[in-house]
Design a protein around this ligand. Structure first.
Ligand SMILES: *[C@@H]1O[C@H](CO)[C@@H](O)[C@H](O)[C@H]1NC(C)=O
Ligand SMILES: *[C@@H]1O[C@H](CO)[C@@H](O)[C@H](O)[C@H]1NC(C)=O
Ligand SMILES: *[C@@H]1O[C@H](CO)[C@@H](O)[C@H](O)[C@H]1NC(C)=O
Ligand SMILES: *[C@@H]1O[C@H](CO)[C@@H](O)[C@H](O)[C@H]1NC(C)=O
Ligand SMILES: *[C@@H]1O[C@H](CO)[C@@H](O)[C@H](O)[C@H]1NC(C)=O
Ligand SMILES: *[C@@H]1O[C@H](CO)[C@@H](O)[C@H](O)[C@H]1NC(C)=O
Length: 483
């Protein structure tokens, strides 16, 4: 019951002021119990990433990264200008403020601060750019949630082998330490790396995503092995050198669809679903939250490697020290999720060309929207890893454009509602939700896939921003804090 209704009731029954106050108090408490209201400390935010919005790819001392290089050499579009947020950041932060967001998740371009990825050259103009953003957020009471690395590997580090060479563990640690010491007094939520599975699966496993190495049989697993150590280095540096004074939290933004069993009553499809979740989510979550690779990965990749006549598994083994070094390196669980796939058991493929996909060996549909899936996913994560706090660092809906984006409103409404079910009915501790994305941006190769709450006119040199219906709707949600 809303309080305007209280006053109607009080008028009708000629109540005293005290009685009206009491009635309003009861109505207010009722609102807190309303399962469509967000818990008081639940944070609603919006997200972006550096390469997708900043542009200014070679301005003010920024160095080249693998996506600059990749889109300069293939494809029709580049992120050279993107949303031009490097020049329009004040307008963008004002939009974050006007949306009523409690946090803004953005990433720091490694080569804007360290042009070749190493401490050999520190670019003060890059530091100033992010310091301005962080201070503008703090002065508006908005929490910066900072992704240290969102795909855009320095080209120089890539020439050394990127995540195929342990050198990146040192270099990434150096970069993280610089960010903690520079921005850490203002930043309480850090994400070391965005979507490790996509980096290794697409960047290293395919040729369609930078650095486009196409090493799908062995390189992808070596990528994950090195990446986990780089993440752990960044975590330990925070833990040992900064936590006591800065008191923040460090996590890693995992990703994947929810793998639903195609036939929920089939034990085969249930096994296929669990296997797929372990190959995508558990690939990184198991070493971090449990310790070591999950047995399913060790068995399947090891077995196929043996049948291929290899001397050892394509999945590198962690030493005991490495298992201990990686385990426990996340203060909260964070993940990006966009949909569900149906997962069907199939017989193992014949031994042939080695691939992550034949190691996994299940059949899946295309990703589809499924609000119920996120609730199942949250429960799966909670049951497997018991992480304490979970943050949904990306979720959103793409379409072909237009300001009347009822499809996006319906999607986000459905997902948020399902998240509230997980909170109130399953007691999963979800602490925040970040809509992807603040605005339309460079969706890795194209500007035609639109994820923004706010439209960006890529045909205009001004890159004019216009609020879509979903932005007005999201502002209502952040203001009322209920669905
Ligand atoms: C580039 O554009 C052409 C023509 O529109 C299209 O056929 C091709 O698929 C595009 N290439 C990429 C990599 O997007
Ligand atoms: C390897 O996989 C094959 C085919 O699935 C299976 O028959 C065999 O038992 C497995 N061997 C080991 C050692 O896991
Ligand atoms: C996924 O499976 C459900 C039943 O479990 C079915 O209703 C739905 O149509 C399937 N979706 C796709 C895309 O196959
Ligand atoms: C995977 O499922 C699709 C759709 O049901 C089917 O056409 C295809 O043959 C299946 N693939 C395998 C390897 O079973
Ligand atoms: C760009 O913005 C400037 C300044 O607001 C304005 O004068 C100009 O007309 C705009 N150009 C376009 C193409 O929108
Ligand atoms: C936002 O709330 C206002 C006031 O309740 C309402 O008039 C408006 O239609 C809402 N906007 C959207 C897009 O839901």
């Amino acid at each position: 019951m809303k309080c305007d209704a209280c006053f109607l009731v009080s008028f009708r029954y000629k109540m005293t002021a005290l009685q009206v106050l009491l009635l309003c108090f009861i109505a207010g408490s009722q609102a807190l119990l309303d399962t469509r209201a967000f818990p008081p400390d639940f944070m609603l935010g919006v997200a972006t990433s550096a390469y997708q919005i900043e542009g200014a790819w070679n301005e003010d001392g920024k160095g080249e990264n693998v996506f600059d290089f990749f889109y300069h050499t293939q494809g029709n579009e580049t992120g050279d200008v993107a949303c031009d947020s490097y020049h329009k950041w004040e307008e963008d932060i004002q939009n974050v403020v006007d949306l009523g967001a409690q946090f803004y998740r953005f990433s720091i371009s490694w080569t804007r601060i360290l042009p070749d990825g190493t401490l050999g050259n520190i670019n003060q103009k890059g530091i100033d750019y992010y310091m301005n953003i962080i201070k503008a957020l703090k002065s508006n009471n908005i929490e910066p949630v900072v992704t240290i690395f969102h795909y855009d590997e320095p080209l120089h580090i890539s020439k050394l082998g990127g995540f195929l060479n342990d050198a990146i563990v040192d270099y990434f640690g150096d970069f993280a330490r610089l960010l903690y010491s520079t921005f850490g007094q203002y930043v309480k939520y850090w994400l070391t790396i965005n979507e490790p599975s996509i980096i290794c699966l697409y960047g290293y496993g395919s040729e369609g995503f930078a650095p486009a190495l196409g090493v799908i049989g062995d390189g992808i697993y070596r990528c994950s092995y090195t990446l986990l150590k780089a993440h752990a280095r960044a975590y330990h540096i925070y833990d040992e050198e900064f936590r006591a004074t800065q008191n923040g939290k460090v996590s890693i933004a995992m990703e994947g669809p929810w793998y639903d069993p195609s036939d929920p009553s089939s034990a085969f499809d249930q096994e296929a679903s669990e296997r797929a979740l372990q190959f995508r989510e558990g690939w990184f979550a198991n070493p971090i939250f449990v310790g070591d690779w999950h047995q399913i990965l060790k068995d399947r990749i090891g077995n196929r490697s043996q049948q291929e006549g290899l001397a050892r598994s394509r999945l590198p083994s962690f030493t005991e020290d490495e298992i201990a070094y990686v385990k426990g390196t996340s203060d909260y669980y964070s993940f990006n999720v966009y949909g569900t796939v149906n997962t069907t058991w199939i017989p193992d493929e014949e031994i042939g060309e080695a691939s992550y996909y034949s190691d996994l060996g299940v059949n899946v549909t295309d990703v589809f929207d499924d609000p119920a899936g996120i609730r199942k996913f949250l429960n799966w994560i909670n049951d497997r890893y018991n992480p304490g706090e979970i943050m949904i660092t990306e979720n959103g809906k793409e379409n072909g454009g237009g300001l009347e984006d009822d499809d996006r409103i319906q999607y986000i409404q459905g997902y948020l509602s399902s998240i509230l079910d997980a909170i109130y009915e399953d007691y999963v501790n979800v602490i925040g939700y970040s809509a992807w994305s603040l605005m339309d941006n460079f969706e890795w190769g194209t500007y035609s896939r639109k994820f923004g709450l706010i439209q960006v006119d890529f045909g205009s040199p001004n890159r004019t921003r216009t609020w879509k219906k979903a932005a007005y709707w999201y502002k209502n949600v952040t203001a009322s804090r209920q669905l």
